[in-house]
Design a protein around this ligand. Structure first.
Ligand SMILES: Cc1cc2nc3c(=O)[nH]c(=O)nc-3n(C[C@H](O)[C@H](O)[C@H](O)COP(=O)(O)O)c2cc1C
Length: 215
């Protein structure tokens, strides 16, 4: 009998500390869609990952702030992570970058080879999308496989219905399709690593010592 794969685990959080955060609403919708599609959600609050401002002098004696330790633990305990981030002045919030900087100091470096999906919500017409381009940069620098399709919810203060879904049905479907596609990619990356070999063969290369790049 074929062995059933375990459900995938996703760390989900909003990078806002605000009580009535729009990104929190989007993160909660993300949680619901993942569960509906058979995934397990580890739902976190940004306050759990909050860190003092990066100062290398604090790093004496291998010090890591509690927020960084917690974020690292949760990244490693899950198969992939999803951040819904506000946009502050055309970029990601400083507290999120600060936490990423602290977490990047652990060895092995926890972001390396993890899969991530980025989303944003904003009252603006661009939905906070520029924050995601800035967030993509340090994560990719650290080796995270950031999913190409990012989701930004424009006019987010008017976008949700009373049940917490996106009121525009076409947009809700697009949100779900993107999320499920990311879940499928994370699942394939976890359970079917042999796909790497297929990639080499697709290029028509012989897998010998000279051309083998994906051992
Ligand atoms: C310091 C600051 C800068 C902001 N800059 C932007 C911006 O560049 N683009 C944007 O769409 N919204 C901007 N906003 C508005 C936020 O998108 C809005 O407050 C949003 O609700 C924050 O996300 P949250 O609801 O999850 O806390 C800014 C808000 C603050 C506090």
């Amino acid at each position: 009998m074929q062995k059933q794969n375990e459900p995938l685990r996703f760390l989900v959080f909003s990078a806002s500390l605000r009580k009535d955060s729009l990104n929190e609403q989007l993160a909660k919708l993300t949680r619901d869609v993942i569960v509906k599609n058979g995934g397990i959600v580890d739902y976190a609050q940004m306050s759990e990952f909050d860190c003092p401002s990066m100062n290398q002098d604090l790093e004496a004696n291998d010090f890591h702030p509690d927020g960084a330790k917690e974020f690292r633990k949760r990244i490693l305990a899950n198969d992939a992570f999803i951040i819904s981030s506000p946009e502050y002045n055309g970029s990601m919030p400083g507290l999120l970058k600060n936490t990423i900087d602290w977490v990047s100091r652990f060895r092995p470096q926890p972001f390396n080879e993890r899969h991530a999906l980025l989303m944003s919500a904003s009252p603006s017409m661009a939905g906070g999308n520029r924050a995601l381009w800035s967030l993509r940069m340090p994560l990719e620098h650290l080796g995270t496989r950031v999913y190409p399709n990012m989701f930004s919810l424009a006019m987010a203060h008017k976008a949700f219905d009373p049940k917490g879904n996106i009121a525009d049905q076409t947009l809700q479907e697009r949100f779900e399709t993107n999320l499920v596609a990311f879940m499928n990619l994370a699942e394939a990356a976890k359970n079917y690593p042999c796909i790497k070999k297929a990639w080499v063969e697709f290029l028509g290369e012989k897998t010998d010592d000279v051309t083998e790049r994906v051992e």
